[in-house]
Structure formats: C-alpha cells, structure tokens
Design a protein around this ligand. Structure first.
Ligand code: NAD
Length: 315
C-alpha cells in the first residue's frame, strides 16, 4: 500500500509510471498525514507488517516558503504515524523513517557521526529534526518499534522535483523537449560539497533496517557512493548526457556540450550549509549494509531514463 496526499493521475510520479502489472498489485490510498484521525483509522484498521514513513515536505525551498504547512506535515504528520502505531493493538514489526543529514546543521570535523550534535536551524531541518527525535522518543518511552535512516542527497530516474533539486533541475534543462538549456550553477553553491546515493540503494537500506534486530530504536547515517562539489556534479551530469545522447541524438548532444552550465547568482540570502558528509561506518558494521550502485552506474541509468522519455515523446 502507498499512502500519499497527492494521488492525482495527472501528476508526474513513479506511482503513475509503473508498468500496469506492478501498479495493479498496489493499493493507493489518498490521505493527508496531518489528519490524525485518518492516520489512526488507517493504521488501526490494518495489520501492517512494516511501515516506511517517507511522505512529507522534502524540499528545503518549499519548506521555507510554507513554514506552517511544512512543520505540520514533517513534524506533526510524523507524530501522527508514531502515535497511531503506539496505540495500535496490532503494531507493525517496524516503522522506518527517512530523516536527513540536514538535522546536523554545520559540520565541525570531516564527517557527521550519528551522535554528532543536531544543530539544524532551517525550517525544513526543524520539521525533520522533530520527527527524527520523536521517532526515537517513541522507542525509548513506549517501546514503539522505530528506526531512523538519515539520508544524504538521493538521485534516480523518477524524481520530478524539477524546480529545486540539483539532479532533476539540471536534467529538466538538458532534456527540455523544445531545446536543451544549460543547467544552472548558483555562484553561492560553488563551494558546496554533498554526499550522493542512488535511489535503489536507499530502498535496500530501508528494507535492511526494517528486517534487522540491531536497528531497533537506532539511527543510522546512509552510505553514500560519492562526495562531490556542486559544480562537479553538474559537470558529470552534462558529460554523461552528452555521451548517452551522442548515440541517439547527436544534434542535441552537440548543443548540450556547447551550452555547458550557466553560472548565476541565487540572490536570496544564504543558500545552505557548505559541506555535508555522513560517516557510514555504523550501518556497514552493525547491519552489514553496502551500496551496490556506483555513482557512474546510477548517473547512466538516470540519464538513460530521461533520454528514453525524450525519444518516446518524439523529440
Ligand atoms: N530525496 C532526497 O534527496 C532526500 C534527502 C534527505 C531526506 N529525504 C527524505 O526522504 C523522504 C522522501 O523523499 P522524496 O525525495 O521521495 O520526496 P518526494 O517529494 O518525491 O515525495 C514526498 C511525497 O510526500 C507526499 N506528501 C507531502 N505531504 C504529505 C502529507 N501531508 N500527507 C501525505 N503525503 C504527503 C508528497 O505528495 C510526495 O509524493 C522525505 O521525507 C524527505 O524529507 C529525501
């Protein structure tokens, strides 16, 4: 079962791009996590084995634009899930939630450890941090079977947060159906460094945590496959796009190469934390978790997906 507050079939999402055979086995429930009674009714009415809580405001800029809604969703929406599980007569074996490296705020040393101070101060950080702490409070106070995964930057084929995130935003420019445009590099993010991981590895980590006794009540940093500066990521996206496109659409490949990237100023104050890097020793040592998709493989699969969409749509 998938629960989401935006199940409109017209919306671009993985949910609506699944092949029919996979979609037909999936129950899609339209529900807003902010509705405490509806969340409780859903959780109390079913015997879920596992709950994976991912829904929410997932983009910093959107959270900043709508602080009240963002907090109500990320903090209270999360609490509604944990509270319903706590009060359930037939609780799931495990609830795994996706937190974020943003909960740590500015970095002191070279990596964040799971027990580093949580100093996130942005609006997005505040909601995610609340849910992160509340999940663990529920385990320690009530024994609710919680686990927390703190993610780094995730990339993959079906991310349509094109207005905000580096990958979908850059790819929407390169694969603009009318004509390719240069991806944008903000001058202010020139020195930003981030961890990246392919989406399939995140799914594997979530399932590993759900099934592992040693993750009960614990928080884990997600493994990354690469730690790169923002300009390097954009360059990798352009280079791989040019290579893949040159096989099927040499004209577009040439334009993409010629366009390069556009450097511009963000112009709206501080953009973000400069460097973020997760230490992932704990998830490797305690759960034996390893990523299986390299950055190059993930990039190739993501860009192939966009290339095929473009060709399918006749451009
Ligand atoms: N993608 C990343 O790089 C990344 C990094 C760190 C943490 N995370 C966290 O992982 C989770 C999943 O991220 P994603 O990239 O799949 O996000 P996404 O934006 O693609 O998906 C989030 C979904 O939540 C739904 N939603 C929003 N408000 C809701 C509400 N009130 N009730 C029910 N559904 C609601 C949205 O409709 C959307 O489909 C989020 O919690 C995010 O904060 C993601």
């Amino acid at each position: 079962m998938v629960v989401d507050c935006d199940t409109d079939p017209g919306r671009q999402s993985l949910l609506h791009e699944l092949p029919q055979d996979q979609r037909s086995g999936l129950e899609i429930v339209h529900l807003d996590l902010r509705d405490r009674d509806a969340v409780a009714a859903l959780i109390h009415g079913r015997n879920f084995d596992y709950v994976f809580h991912l829904a929410g405001y997932s983009v910093i800029e959107k959270s900043t634009a709508f602080p009240y809604d963002s907090l109500m969703t990320n903090a209270i929406g999360g609490l509604n899930v944990f509270d319903a599980v706590r009060r359930s007569d037939t609780p799931p074996r495990r609830v795994v939630i996706t937190s974020t490296d943003k909960v740590y705020g500015e970095m002191d040393g070279s990596h964040y450890l799971e027990d580093s101070p949580l100093r996130g101060i942005g609006i997005y950080d505040a909601g995610k941090l609340t849910a992160d702490v509340m999940a663990r409070s529920h385990f320690h106070t009530f024994g609710t079977p919680m686990s927390v995964l703190r993610l780094c930057n995730v990339f993959g084929p079906h991310d349509y947060n094109v207005g905000y995130r580096l990958f979908p935003k850059s790819l929407s420019k390169i694969f603009n159906p009318v004509a390719p445009e240069p991806p944008v590099l903000y001058y202010e993010s020139m020195d930003h460094w981030r961890d990246y991981v392919f989406v399939e590895d995140v799914i594997d980590a979530l399932i590993t945590m759900a099934c592992h006794e040693q993750s009960l009540g614990e928080v884990f940093n997600m493994s990354s496959v690469v730690h790169l500066s923002t300009p390097s990521v954009i360059k990798e996206i352009i280079d791989t796009s040019v290579r893949i496109l040159s096989e099927v659409d040499p004209y577009r490949a040439e334009l993409v190469e010629k366009n390069g990237m556009q450097v511009t100023t963000y112009g709206q104050g501080a953009l973000a934390i400069q460097r973020q890097r997760l230490d992932h020793t704990k998830i490797a040592q305690r759960l034996g978790f390893r990523t299986s998709v390299t950055f190059e493989q993930g990039l190739e699969r993501t860009i192939t997906h966009h290339t095929e969409r473009l060709l399918r749509n006749g451009h």
